[in-house]
Write a protein that binds this ligand. Structure first.
Ligand code: GTB
Length: 217
């Protein structure tokens, strides 16, 4: 059954891989499933046709036969359940990998997103100078804990899993801030994720997509 995802018609990051379709591309590459990408403009995202797929008017979405999904956590979980390669067979190990997937999204990503909001959307507010160090400390708290748990292991719990895919994707968002560099084992962890052939294919595909020539037809 063919798979179609949506992505920004042109990502504001110019193809640095930070928009969330990259996570879905990566998961599909890991499990060896081909996919199509439908570009969506910012305007079209808020139109009824897209809102029927995504109640919050965002990307990415995922369509496969009569299944339509939104939310990267739900989409990656679905891909990992349906296709082999992203979750261990052992039931307990599988449950732990899923817990890491949730931890990436529910525990590690929120302060990272908050840092982005504080810098990009609230950077010009008079209280930002006082607030920013607090937000950065919350990011450091989480990264310190994650770093302690990872130690010198390659991945969070045995073999690479959907939990690592999501955690690396989340950490990539904080890399430009420089805070990640304070945790060398997390830098190495992210680099291991980026070195995976499936990630490289996903990154190259989103870069080509975001730098394609405008169609003339
Ligand atoms: N919780 C949802 C999920 O995980 O699927 C969040 C989805 C989401 O935030 N989508 C963003 C979106 O559609 C794109 S990825 N935004 C448009 C809107 O809300 O109107 C977030 C994102 C956007 C831009 C960059 N960038 O330019 O670097 C990086 C990440």
């Amino acid at each position: 059954m063919s798979i179609t995802i949506t992505a920004f018609a042109r990502s504001p990051d110019g193809g640095r891989g930070l928009a969330r379709d990259t996570r879905i591309r990566w998961a599909l590459e890991e499990v060896g499933q081909p996919y199509e990408v439908r570009p969506v403009s910012f305007g079209a995202m808020k139109e009824p046709a897209h809102l029927a797929l995504h109640p919050f008017g965002q990307i990415p979405t995922y369509e496969e036969g009569d299944l339509a999904l939104f939310e990267t956590g739900g989409i990656v979980f679905h891909i990992a359940q349906r296709y082999a390669g992203l979750l261990p067979d052992d039931a307990n190990a599988r449950a732990r990998a899923i817990a890491w997937l949730f931890a990436a999204l529910n525990t590690v990503e929120p302060p990272i997103l908050e840092l982005g909001t504080a810098k990009l959307l609230e950077g010009d507010k008079p209280w930002t100078a006082a607030r920013l160090p607090l937000v950065e400390e919350r990011v450091r708290d989480r990264l310190k804990q994650l770093s302690a748990r990872l130690g010198d292991a390659d991945w969070l719990d045995g073999a690479f899993s959907a939990g690592d895919l999501m955690m690396v994707s989340v950490l990539l968002r904080v890399k430009p801030s420089g805070i990640l560099d304070e945790y060398p084992n997390l830098v190495a962890y992210v680099a291991r994720g980026e070195a995976r052939p499936a990630y490289k294919r996903a990154f190259a595909a989103q870069l080509a997509f975001n730098t394609r020539k405008p169609s003339t037809g």
